[in-house]
Write a protein that binds this ligand. Structure first.
Ligand code: SAH
Length: 326
């Protein structure tokens, strides 16, 4: 039994069944605090780990947006859940080349990943919470961050819970599930308020759906494969599909402008990922195959291209980031 499962069973014995939200929050807090989950030997891979092209195009889109907003010198780069710091490093090269000299602010709770990020990017300011970001114009990116924040599941009017049954953890009920995530909406509301008051733009990239719909999307990943949700709590990555309609509404309610949702593949193609791949291939003739495969993984509809979505939230007096305007 994992150490977290022992703790959860004690809690359930003392307090009764816990909500899916409490379970997911406890599992991910433990999971991320105790390891670097990314890469071939980890549990999953993300777009910036597949190719430098991803972070470079994110950086180019933010740099272009910043320039069109008049290149404010008090703007900062901010990232939520930066993983290994790869996206930040790739994006920052593009931002620096465009003359952006602002600070880097990273929201990251995991001490293990903070250390990895420090090695990848050096100088940055770390925060535990989004609320701790300074009140400055933000050039913000969150890639596969929202999917790790906890969700609630309801079956009818009743919140779904986890209990101990038959010697293991089990759900208290099945049926048609409706998911919601106050944690995600709260995170986006904080960002949107800062954008509306101080300026800036945020790119939110994650797997999910453009329109709210019922359905059970909670999943566990371990060693690059799906795993049973209640097995080995704290030893596998728990995520769920992001409801972009819900977070878009939260951002608009907080006073920010929200772009339409676009698939990651379409967005990267609009930003010129094919030309970037050709240039990289010319400069690295020994890596032509690898670059072509990365392009395919990031954009093809049967890979990350369609399931992953991009949406921007920005200050009403800032332009929408490239490729996402109405
Ligand atoms: N953005 C990275 C990593 C995605 S994994 C990439 O694309 O490769 C999720 C990241 O979010 C990890 O860095 C994890 O430690 C962080 N994270 C998860 N829950 C968090 C929370 N509640 N607060 C801050 N960071 C969190």
């Amino acid at each position: 039994m994992t150490p977290l499962e022992r703790a959860l069973r004690e809690r359930i014995a003392a307090e009764g069944p816990i909500s899916v939200e409490t379970y997911m929050e406890a599992c991910n807090a433990y999971y991320y605090a105790t390891r670097d989950p990314l890469g071939a030997r980890g549990d999953f891979t993300t777009a910036p780990e597949i190719s430098q092209m991803f972070g470079e195009l994110v950086g180019a889109a933010l740099a272009d947006c910043w320039r069109r907003a008049g290149s404010p010198t008090d703007a900062i780069y901010a990232e939520l859940g930066p993983g290994r710091g790869t996206l930040a490093a790739d994006a920052l090269r593009m931002l620096r080349a465009a003359g952006f000299a602002g600070q880097m602010h990273l929201v990251e709770t995991s001490p293990v990943l903070r250390e990895t990020q420090r090695k990848a990017i050096g100088d940055a300011v770390w925060h535990d919470r989004i609320d701790d970001l300074p009140a400055a114009p933000l050039l913000l990116v969150a890639n596969e961050f929202l999917d790790a924040l906890p969700i609630r599941q309801h079956v009818g009017a009743v919140e779904r819970r986890v209990l101990v049954a038959g010697g293991g953890l089990a759900f208290d009920r099945d049926g048609e599930i409706v998911e919601s995530s106050p944690a995600r909406e709260e995170a986006i509301a904080v960002i949107a308020l800062c954008l509306a008051q101080r300026g800036g733009a945020a790119l939110l990239i994650d797997y999910g759906h453009a329109k709210s719909a019922p359905g059970d999307t909670l999943q566990a990943m371990r060693g690059h494969a799906f795993a049973p949700l209640l097995a080995d709590p704290g030893e596998q990555d728990l995520t769920s599909h992001v409801d972009f309609e819900a977070i878009g509404r939260a951002a608009a309610d907080a006073g920010a402008s929200v772009t339409p949702v676009m698939s990651q593949g379409d967005w990267l193609l609009r930003l010129g990922i094919e030309a970037r791949a050709q240039a990289l291939s010319r400069a690295n003739p020994d890596r032509v195959d690898e670059i072509g495969q990365a392009l395919d993984r990031l954009t093809a509809r049967d890979q990350m291209g369609e399931l992953f979505k991009v949406m921007a939230v920005h200050a009403p007096d800032w332009p929408a980031p490239a490729g996402l305007a109405e």
